[in-house]
Design a protein around this ligand. Structure first.
Ligand code: 5GP
Ligand code: MN
Length: 336
């Protein structure tokens, strides 16, 4: 929960109409888009001038979210977005806890702002940039935190079907459809309430997960063919080269979730996917674990990343082959 004096301060800011900008992390996922749009639909009902500015494009499988078409893309409309950020009275940063998670360009603008800011986030090791911080790694999603934040502000009457649809999206995506360990009775109570607001939970699930292109399934097939086992480390990993992505007409979001297949093998408790991004000159990596192995620490220490204990990401500036060699060498080292 946010501290009472912080809630009171935020309430008094929101007491009169304000210019408010809400920001998710770069490469926003279901929780980032669901939480920013959920809060957006609350604040709009209070007559604030509200905008969501995402650092870069969001994937197509989220493009049905209510008013996602109004989300501005910083890296596409740099000057407009910079001007809006500079004129904002209040900035919300949702589902991330370090400004570099918005990318170099947007970080440079956010760093210069003097407006008050609110961070709501559930990742490990928050930076201290925000005026008001609601950071709690016990939550499975930022959407569930926004739900509690709305209650703390006494605005729960504003949670309508639209808001509930957005918040449900982040809860279902970040919890792996309610199966990850941070899914609690509080999560299910929250979802029960969202369903009572009239959301069509089954349809949302279909929109999120049963909306793939044919090519996406073929890409998944390719990824599974590339799956490698390292039984001595209870580890699996998947690679996808840029050529393989191109072969299947890769669209943003197509690789989302593929990493999880690596954990579905009996006896495996650590997995990674390495995806080549030729244009950016990086290998983007996702890590997943089951149990105590802390992939947030692993990603931070070895691959310029971070995240949660059982789900984290990072990047490498070496080639794909070199990155895999490094990965295996680190496993051998850590096992000792
Ligand atoms: P994914 O593997 O699904 O991209 O991300 C898993 C989790 O790790 C997400 O919560 C995401 O925000 C976080 N994450 C992914 N990539 C990075 C990264 O490069 N740096 C940090 N700090 N966190 C990341
Ligand atoms: Mn999240």
């Amino acid at each position: 929960m946010m501290q009472i004096h912080e809630i009171e301060a935020i309430k008094s800011i929101l007491a009169t109409p304000k210019k408010i900008t809400i920001v998710p992390h770069r490469n926003p996922d279901g929780d980032a888009m669901g939480s920013t749009l959920g809060l957006y639909h609350i604040l709009k009902q209070l007559e604030h001038d509200v905008l969501v500015i995402a650092p870069n494009e969001f994937p197509d499988f989220l493009a049905w979210l209510p008013e996602s078409e109004k989300v501005l893309i910083f890296e596409r409309s740099f000057d407009t977005c910079k001007a809006i950020l500079e004129k904002s009275d209040l900035i919300f940063t949702l589902d991330f806890n370090a400004l570099h998670r918005t990318g170099d360009q947007m970080e440079n603008v956010l760093k210069t702002l003097t407006a008050k800011s609110v961070m709501i986030d559930h990742h490990q090791a928050p930076d201290g940039y925000a005026t008001y911080t609601f950071s709690d790694t016990a939550y499975g999603s930022t959407c569930q935190m926004v739900y509690d934040f709305i209650h703390q502000l006494g605005l729960e009457n504003l949670i309508n079907k639209t808001v509930a649809t957005c918040l449900y999206t982040g809860i279902v995506t970040d919890s792996g459809s309610f199966r990850f360990p941070k899914t609690t009775s509080a999560t299910h109570k929250c979802v029960a309430d969202l369903i009572e607001k009239g959301i069509n939970n089954s349809e949302i699930h279909n929109l999120l997960f049963d909306n793939s292109s044919y090519n996406r399934l073929l890409l998944l097939g390719k990824a599974l063919q590339n799956l490698k086992m390292l039984p001595e480390y209870k580890t699996t990993y998947i690679t996808l080269t840029q050529d393989e992505l191109n072969e299947f007409g890769h669209q943003k979001g197509d690789t989302e979730g593929i990493v999880n297949y690596g954990l579905s093998i009996k006896g495996i408790d650590f997995t990674a996917i390495f995806i080549e991004h030729k244009e950016e000159g990086i290998i983007k990596i996702s890590f997943r674990s089951q149990g105590d192995f802390d992939v947030n620490q692993f990603a931070r220490k070895h691959f310029n990343g971070g995240g949660h204990i059982n789900a984290a990401g990072g990047k490498s500036f070496s080639s794909l082959d070199e990155t895999i060699q490094q990965f295996i060498a680190i496993l051998a080292e850590e096992k000792k």
